[in-house]
Write a protein that binds this ligand. Structure first.
Ligand code: UDP
Length: 471
């Protein structure tokens, strides 16, 4: 790789930072230098930044440098401000890097920053879009918004423009997606519906690029039909995932970079490691809803009681409450014995999933969590909250078969008995449980093969480097 300097832009959400950082590491291992940039406030919040030769950090403004966000920060007007401010700030960053004698030769931008792609084109810098959602979800956005035959319905007669997806979306090779199975942002009723304009813009920016390059955090065998469903003219698509903590959970000798390669937004102590090690193989239920979703108190109580009644030990990540609020663990601490379960504010999730004692992952189905569960061969119970998680849950259950979805009651709550039923379903001695575990093992092997020597993701990554960052 000929002295390339890549600017890698990621929005400051844990699910965007992690895969981007892994990509940075791979580019550096291939001989390039990377400046990894996220928002001003996001960079300040990261608890520890991995230090690797060839990697430097920078930030850009999104208009909320002190972290304060008005409640309505995802309205169209605010997204428009976000676009204007961050585009200018990224422009300034590129200029500064150039003035410092480190001109950017390639730009990689992430989800919710589509305008970085058009900025790169305007500055004659070649670029790639790193899709940190699944290929299926991106294929759905493509299906909705491409200008040739996009199926999203626009109701322009209303004052407040109402957009909605059709009742069914079909991607060849996959079961059809009903409205309830689509990424929630597509639905006008979703509180974050305005964000859909950023996905629409992603499609437009890639359509306008005569040579669009898309990096997908997935692997060919997992999502080949969906990858085929993304049909930009002349696009080069490289499935290079799963981009995760260590290329292999079997990696018994991680390099210092493997170990350090975390940039958590939350503090974690490793108190749970001994607890996990005290449990029999495949006996523990690991529960986490990622870095963004918050559950109502009554929903937490249902989960808690469901886990207790399963009789299986559980490790549950409950992020610290906001200032002044009472944390859920406070309300149950007298009811929970240590041998029954442990609640932690954050953990090194990939380490936990790779631990031999973990036998089930109750997850919200964020794309990173899904690929991490899959790569670890841990069967999943998916309880999606919003965004792409809803579609991922369908894929886990119906297409990949390595987990099941919970059923919600009429109030949208998952009751304790349902939690118990699902945990029993994937961990118990039933035919369904055995099939789910067998599929989980199959996908684990397949994911490891993809990222191993000569695997599809390895080869795709090399092809990307050869084409865009050659020596
Ligand atoms: N994660 C972690 N520790 C935790 C909970 C989550 O390291 O206690 C990481 C997890 O490994 C994943 C990311 O946070 O890489 C969450 O991303 P995901 O796409 O699953 O969900 P999001 O947080 O974006 O909803």
């Amino acid at each position: 790789m000929k002295n390339h300097h890549v600017l890698l832009l990621a929005y400051a959400a844990q699910g965007h930072l992690n895969p981007s950082l892994h990509l940075a590491k791979r580019i550096i291992a291939a001989g390039g230098r990377v400046t990894f940039a996220t928002t001003v406030y996001g960079l300040r919040r990261i608890k520890s930044l991995p230090s690797i030769d060839g990697l430097s950090y920078a930030s850009f403004s999104d208009g909320f440098d002190d972290g304060y966000r008005p409640k309505e920060s995802s309205t169209s007007a605010n997204i428009s401000d976000f676009r204007t401010v961050s585009r200018q700030s990224i422009n300034d960053l590129i200029q500064t890097l150039s003035d410092e004698g480190r001109p950017v030769s390639f730009l990689i931008y992430n989800i919710v920053l589509p305008w970085a792609g058009s900025l790169a084109a305007a500055m004659s810098i070649p670029s790639a879009f790193l899709c940190t959602h699944s290929a299926t979800v991106f294929a759905i956005y493509y299906h909705c918004f491409n200008t040739q035959n996009g199926v999203y319905v626009r109701n322009k007669d209303c004052d407040e423009k109402v957009n909605e997806p059709p009742s069914l979306i079909e991607i060849e090779g996959l079961p059809p997606f009903s409205r309830q199975e689509l990424p929630s942002f597509l639905l006008p009723s979703d509180p974050y519906h305005s964000l859909v304009s950023t996905f629409e813009e992603h499609i437009r920016v890639l359509e306008e690029d005569p040579n669009p390059c898309i990096l997908l955090n997935t692997f060919d065998a997992l999502e080949q039909d969906s990858i085929k469903g993304i049909r930009f003219n002349g696009a080069r698509l490289f499935a290079i995932g799963p981009l995760r903590q260590s290329a292999s959970p079997d990696n018994k000798n991680p390099t210092p970079a493997d170990k350090l390669l975390r940039c958590d937004l939350y503090d974690s102590s490793k108190e749970y490691t001994n607890w996990l090690s005290s449990k029999p193989d495949r006996s523990v239920v690991y529960v986490s809803f990622g870095s963004l979703a918050t559950l109502k108190k009554n929903q937490m109580e249902e989960i808690f009681n469901g886990l207790l009644s399963s009789g299986r030990p559980f490790l549950w990540v409950i992020r610290p409450p906001k200032d002044g609020e009472e944390g859920f663990e406070e309300t149950i601490k007298d009811k929970l014995k240590e041998e029954e379960g442990l609640i932690v504010p954050w953990c090194a999730q990939t380490d936990v999933l790779g631990h031999t004692s973990v036998g089930c992952f109750v997850t919200h189905g964020g794309w990173n969590s899904t690929t991490e569960g899959l790569t670890s061969g841990v069967p999943m119970v998916v309880f999606p909250q919003f965004s792409d998680q809803i579609t991922n849950a369908k894929m886990v259950e119906e297409v990949w078969g390595c987990g099941i979805r919970v059923r919600v009651n009429e109030e949208g709550c998952v009751e304790r008995e349902e939690i118990r039923r699902c945990v029993e379903m994937v961990m118990g001695e039933t035919e369904r449980g055995a099939t789910v575990r067998m599929k989980a093992e199959k996908w684990r092997a397949s994911a490891l093969a993809a990222v191993g020597d000569g695997g599809s993701s390895e080869e795709n990554f090399e092809a990307f480097i050869e084409r865009y960052l050659p020596s």
